[in-house]
Design a protein around this ligand. Structure first.
Ligand code: GLN
Length: 483
């Protein structure tokens, strides 16, 4: 059961070779036994999972099952789940039991998937190492002294350690692709608007996008089929038909034009990662793809622009946590101002507070034009770089991160160097494009991730390109020792 693909699990369930109850129990037991080393779950919904599995088994018995019926999944604790604690990694929401399901959770439930629990994450999805969680840091299963990446580090570590076959994540500046790279698994951040954000706790609304982690591109395709699609509850959701992502997985790559951004291969890139990408290029050439150097000249501006736009949006989004309606409330407030002040300073951690302060400053009268408007102009330039590039290439390939996983504590006192670990991922969010990370090798025992970037709504193409690579290589089949 450990290294079976979702397709194989689905076939075993349909053929009644295994029940969803057994499968669910199998993963719950692994979580119990192994997660104390990783801290990848905030909440394990054991009873609810077993009940859902029984329901799935009944549907399978009646022949009413869909392709994902009975398959377990872990949900990032940023997605609202009816009747289940939804903390977003924050003390602010430590007592929050969601009164409704996010649209994607509803879709997974309707498809008969079984939620195993809610995964650990950086507080309000702000971070690149999962060290900003109120529930403690998550450890990388390849070496528990290293970070798993963030902010969806719990989901990435859980899938890498085979505590769940698939897990959700969200990616505002790299939070799916970066932890996927650092944990040696496959991750997809679809186009902005492809996945409903309804019930997904907002960090920076114009950048946030839900997506998935799994062991392979094929697994991602299976689950994305259910996750993607229009939602009238989300005004930025795209009303564009969703193809069956499994149909085009095996399309030929003959004639595929792949762009290599010059800016992604500077001296800042770890040598072993650079070499792994060069090796991957040869694999693609063998498959009939051609490579073309492209320019994304505004790449270096994407981090500064992001760190104005994302904090600005977060300062507005997080204003709703005021200690009044839900979430943390301070003891014995003197008056309303005291209630706001103490509830918020007690409820939010250091990084979230830093972002709210930066964002409030950037949006304040007198500074708005100098910072926020300027950052928005840069955002347009970054998006235009991609637009130009996609006139001559079909997909873009490069590293996901400049270095492999770093040690826990190594960057916590230096926010700028932490922010720079998203240098290759953030521009994709500014442009709203889909991106993936897939395993492409190892350096000193730690995984290397390769990034694929597509044009808007070209998820099927990305999955096809990733799958073609995974048919030729076995990096994605490697698992960390002890898990
Ligand atoms: N690491 C980036 C940040 O801290 C991106 C986080 C994310 O994608 N949610 O904002």
């Amino acid at each position: 059961m450990l290294n079976k693909s979702i397709a194989e699990l689905s076939h075993s369930l349909q053929a009644k070779k295994i029940s969803s109850h057994e499968l669910t129990q199998f993963f719950l037991e692994r979580i119990k036994k192994l997660d104390p080393q990783l801290n990848s779950f905030i909440t394990v919904t054991e009873q609810q999972a077993l009940d859902a599995a029984k329901k799935a088994d009944a549907q399978l018995a009646q022949g009413k099952a869909g392709p994902l019926t009975g398959i377990p999944i872990a949900q990032k604790d940023i997605f609202c789940t009816l009747g289940v604690k939804t903390s977003c990694g924050s003390k602010m929401l430590d007592n929050f039991i969601s009164p409704y399901d996010a649209t994607v959770i509803k879709r997974f439930n309707e498809a008969g998937m079984v939620m195993l629990g809610k995964t650990n994450m950086d507080e309000f999805a702000m971070g690149s190492s999962n060290e900003n969680s109120y529930y403690g840091s998550v450890k990388n299963p390849w070496n528990v002294e290293y970070v798993p990446g963030g902010s969806s580090g719990g989901s990435a570590a859980a899938v890498a350690a085979s505590l769940a076959p698939v897990a959700t994540g969200t990616d505002t500046g790299g939070s799916i692709r970066q932890p996927a790279a650092l944990c040696g698994i496959s991750g997809i951040k679809p186009t902005y608007g492809r996945i409903s954000r309804y019930g997904m706790i907002a960090f920076a609304s114009s950048l946030d996008q839900g997506g998935l982690f799994a062991k392979s591109a094929e697994d991602l395709a299976w689950v994305l089929n259910t996750m993607a699609g229009f939602d009238e509850n989300d005004s930025t959701s795209a009303n564009i038909a969703v193809p069956d992502y499994t149909n085009t997985l095996n399309d030929s790559l003959k004639g595929l034009r792949i762009g290599l951004p010059k800016e992604f291969f500077s001296d800042a890139l770890d040598k072993d990662i650079g070499n792994a990408i060069q090796t991957a290029i040869k694999v693609y050439e063998k498959l009939g793809a051609t490579f073309h150097e492209i320019n994304l000249p505004n790449t270096s501006l994407s981090i500064p622009a992001y760190y104005v736009i994302a904090p600005a949006e977060c300062s507005s989004n997080l204003a709703r946590f005021d200690g009044v309606r839900y979430g943390h409330r301070c003891e014995d407030p003197k008056d309303l101002e005291d209630l706001y002040k103490r509830s918020r300073s007690e409820g939010f951690g250091k990084e979230v507070t830093r972002r709210i302060m930066i964002g409030t400053y950037a949006l304040s009268a007198g500074y708005y034009d100098a910072y926020y408007i300027k950052a928005q102009k840069i955002r347009r330039l970054v998006a235009d770089d991609f637009r130009k590039a996609f006139k001559s290439v079909d997909v873009i390939l490069g590293p996901t991160t400049p270095s492999p996983a770093f040690k826990l504590g190594e960057k916590t006192s230096d926010p700028i160097s932490m922010y720079l670990s998203d240098i290759y991922t953030i521009a994709v969010n500014l442009a709203g494009l889909p991106g993936m990370s897939i395993p492409a090798g190892f350096t000193k025992g730690l995984p290397i991730g390769m990034q694929l970037i597509g044009n808007a709504f070209a998820e099927a193409r990305l999955l096809n390109v990733a799958h073609a690579y995974q048919k030729e290589t076995d990096w994605h089949t490697k698992t960390p020792e002890g898990f």
